[in-house]
Design a protein around this ligand. Sequence first.
Ligand SMILES: *Cc1c(COP(=O)(O)O)cnc(C)c1O
Length: 386
Amino acid sequence: MNLLEHQNRYTDQADAVADIRIRGCWVEIDINAIRHNYRQLRRNLPQHVKIYGCLKRNAIGCGAGVVAAALAQESIDGFAVASIADAIAIRQRGVSSPILLYPGPGLEDARLIEANSLTISVSSIEELMQWRRVLTTTRLFMKLDLGFFRAGTTPAQLPELLRIAAEYPDVQVEGLYAHMSELPGSQNDKAEAQLARMHDTLRTIETSGHRPALVMMSSTEGVLEHPDMDFDAVDPGALLLGISEISEPARPIALRPALKAIATRLVSVKRVDASLGPVPDGPGFRSGMILGVMAMGWGDGLPRYLPNGMVGLVRGRRASLIGPSHLEHVRIDLTDIPEARFGDEVVLLGRQGEAMITRDEVAARWGTDIIGLYAGLRDHVPKLYV
Ligand SMILES: *Cc1c(COP(=O)(O)O)cnc(C)c1O
């Protein structure tokens, strides 16, 4: 689709289309795919299990505010983010659902936390006391480390932390959560060990009467592979955006990709002639070639070091990108597409006419994985929700 077609079709997104004109590059996010992924998950979870959509890193590049607004319409129970900026983006869309902040914000964010009704994470008595000093009411989830070796209190220290928290009327413990260490699918025994640690910990705090109302430990891999880890709530992120490394999950959830296209346009097209001197030595240059320049560079999220084999679609056909990558521009070889013109759309991911470049192909060629591709999307690049 070219810019004029975008403009006519997405009249509700005039700002995004105006941004595209200014930037010359954009990504397309399929908001219905995100709704679909959420509905699949909801249908496959027991009714009592709440869903906290993890929208950290600006919903992995897809736009925390817009994604949250769509999921709030689907009646999702809450959200979780690591940065206060993402939480504010969600509130600015008028979303009033609970938002849990993973470790990230500092004491200086106290006013923003209260003004936006956010729930913090706490991992130690020291942290709890520091937060109490700056917040009127400290609303929190306790974070528990089950063997990830990242943030979170140890299972041994949790009972004391909960006991002390219960002594203060200004402290409200809304939940308890843990995050599984990476790739439980490939390390099933490790997942089982973490689950066993969770059960032991819960037994202890149930005995002392300090079990929080919401216990949560399952994210994307957990909800797909380990229904026994549902507890009271789950906080998947990647899954909502259609990202998963599990090809045949235990739960029959078929995901649709949220990232539909990465596109830009040609800002220059010329036939190279002898008056330019000899063509550069680098791969991809040839004398007499038609050289195109795209309005997107590594400053917009393309790889800093352009790998071999990167392609774009122009007029429905594949053309090779030519390195090195520049901050705002990348060259493209249009010799075999002589009808290409200034202003034409270049699709780096997605469909153009009959031609298609898939997410898997882009991730492989760019030397990353799907989540790396999403997370590499830069926030200043306009997003069109299609
Ligand atoms: C990132 C994160 C999640 C979501 O993980 P996904 O793999 O994206 O589902 C859940 N909980 C915590 C604590 C996280 O840091």
